[in-house]
Write a protein that binds this ligand. Structure first.
Ligand code: HEC
Length: 147
């Protein structure tokens, strides 16, 4: 039988390692992946209000393909493979379509989600270009289940 003191230290160790993984998250635990977006219309530094790569964009398909892979590399570990959330972070298939969804999307990818000094979602625009992030949004709309 484990003595109470030992149990306590196991519990403490567990709590500590949980704290440490929160620390790691807090530092933005992001491995920047270089996403090649040179095939797409280049957008500059100023953030657009609306996704420029939506259906009527001539290279929409290219944007979707780039977005799919960029999503898998940079977002899936929190938001789930194929955008199907395992519960850690919101299911992005429910993000509103069109410009209203774009607004919320671009706010979140630029600002991340930080509360009480904890980083729940890093500022993805510090790791990915505007082109890569709109390409991801273009892909997300192809798997959307939003009304
Ligand atoms: C470290 C984990 C993590 C990573 C990586 C991450 N996110 Fe998030 N994301 C979250 C969490 C957690 C939330 C919920 C934030 C909150 O509770 O306010 C969120 C929220 C969002 C939202 C708002 C969703 C809603 O329904 O309100 C969008 C949009 C979003 N993320 C897009 C992305 C995209 C695109 C990427 C990749 C480029 C990404 N996220 C990478 C954790 C992450």
């Amino acid at each position: 039988m484990i003595k109470p003191t030992k149990t306590l230290s196991i519990v403490t160790a567990g709590a500590l390692s949980m704290l440490m993984s929160v620390q790691v998250l807090a530092h933005g635990d992001v491995t920047p992946q270089s996403i090649d977006t040179t095939e797409l219309m280049q957008l500059g530094d100023e953030w657009l209000e609306e996704n420029p790569y939506r259906e009527d964009y001539e290279k929409h398909d290219v944007a979707v393909a780039i977005g799919s892979s960029a999503y898998t590399q940079n977002c899936a570990r929190c938001h789930g493979l194929e955008a199907i959330s395992g519960g850690i972070a919101p299911d992005l298939r429910y993000l509103e379509d069109g410009i209203d969804g774009d607004e919320w999307y671009s706010y979140r990818v630029q600002n991340g989600a930080v509360r009480d000094g904890r980083v729940y979602m890093p500022k993805m625009s510090e790791h990915l270009s505007q082109e890569a992030l709109w390409a991801i949004r273009a892909w997300l709309e192809t798997v959307s289940v939003a009304e």
